[in-house]
Design a protein around this ligand. Structure first.
Ligand code: MRU
Length: 330
């Protein structure tokens, strides 16, 4: 069975609680916008496209329950996580339908379909780039769990694998919350795609040794000039890939492109709680008096990107601004 991160079921948003994976498969059924906001904030649902879809359903739940307004629901859901622009695109897709007197739930379903279809197309567009690759490095989880179905970075890997490519995936563990070792490895293991989890600080070693000959990551927000935000640690992988002549691809649906931000300097970076760094599995690692800094994302300059893999084709960074001018958002 292919992985599905979330779906609509008998009046509720059902989602796989990603905090519990890979140990337990727990489905949560959310019936209020407040519950959806909490699930996004606590990373029960995560990954830019998936939180956009969850927020779209959160808006629909607010509309169905009554007692809320498009503005109030937008404020609630929009305050959950600042970096992934998909969150705001998902909210807006339902907000405008709601404000126009259309069915908000139908708008949420349509938004979900649009995201799933876009990710499927990313797989088809991106697979040929990996035709000659043997070792592919990915960071965080940009799979079906992060996008509802298919994934962004994992979609070309999935399609290439289905077509018989002999790919081996190097999975960055992705501290502090281990989206790589917990979630990406879980998805790859289910589909029997050969892979190994590596410590985050091992990636440079494999990029230099030649065992990794392509890098594919997702994104949380891509500015007009091609600078992009993704999970903390992406920037250093991009720099080391360039240093070693390894192509670095960023796969994303149009909902992740933010034509309103001229460059990465305008992308807000979420700072999360220190306990995520100071503890592991609830156990304190650092001395009691130590503090921590915990930026959830970093911004990689466009010059390190070989190409963006979009639903409509492969784009080099210099081609992006004119493409976005023709197609502002979504
Ligand atoms: O904090 P997270 O787990 O939501 O961060 C997710 C990422 O950084 C992903 O790489 C990104 O959203 C792309 S998902 C297709």
């Amino acid at each position: 069975m292919p992985v599905r991160a979330l779906w609509w079921e008998r009046g509720a948003l059902a989602l796989l609680d990603q905090r519990e994976l890979p140990g337990r498969t727990v489905v949560r059924r959310l019936r209020t916008a407040e519950a959806v906001a909490q699930a996004i904030r606590t990373l029960a649902v995560r990954g830019a496209p998936a939180i956009g879809v969850a927020a779209a359903y959160g808006m629909a739940l607010a509309a169905r329950r009554g007692g809320s307004s498009p503005d109030r629901a937008t404020k609630l859901l929009g305050s959950t996580r600042p970096t992934a622009v998909d969150l705001f695109v998902g909210i807006d897709a339902v907000r405008s339908a709601w404000a126009a007197g259309e069915d908000p739930l139908e708008a949420a379903h349509a938004y979900r379909e649009r995201v799933v279809e876009a990710c499927h197309r990313i797989g088809t567009v991106g697979a040929p780039l990996l035709r000659r690759a043997h070792g592919v490095l990915t960071h965080c989880n940009a799979g079906a769990l992060a996008t509802v179905e298919w994934g962004t970075a994992l979609a070309p890997i999935r399609v290439a694998h289905e077509r018989g490519a002999k790919l081996f995936v190097f999975v960055d563990e992705t501290r502090p919350l281990l989206q790589g070792s917990r979630l990406t490895a879980w998805e790859l293991a289910r589909e029997r795609i050969p892979h190994a989890v590596i410590a985050d600080n091992a990636a440079g070693h494999y990029l230099r040794s030649g065992e990794v000959d392509a890098v594919v990551v997702g994104a949380d927000r891509i500015a007009r000039n091609g600078d992009f935000a993704n999970k903390i640690g992406t920037y250093e992988k991009a720099v080391v890939a360039r240093e070693n002549g390894v192509p670095f691809y960023v796969a994303a649906p149009w909902t992740t492109f933010d034509a309103r931000r001229a460059s990465g300097r305008a992308i807000p970076v979420e700072e999360r709680g220190p306990e995520e760094v100071l503890e592991l599995g609830g156990r304190r690692l650092a001395p009691p008096s130590s503090r921590a800094r915990n930026p959830a994302f970093d911004v990689t300059p466009a010059r390190y990107v070989t190409a963006f893999v979009t639903p409509d084709g492969v784009l080099r960074p210099p081609e992006l601004a004119s493409r976005l001018a023709r197609r502002p958002l979504g």
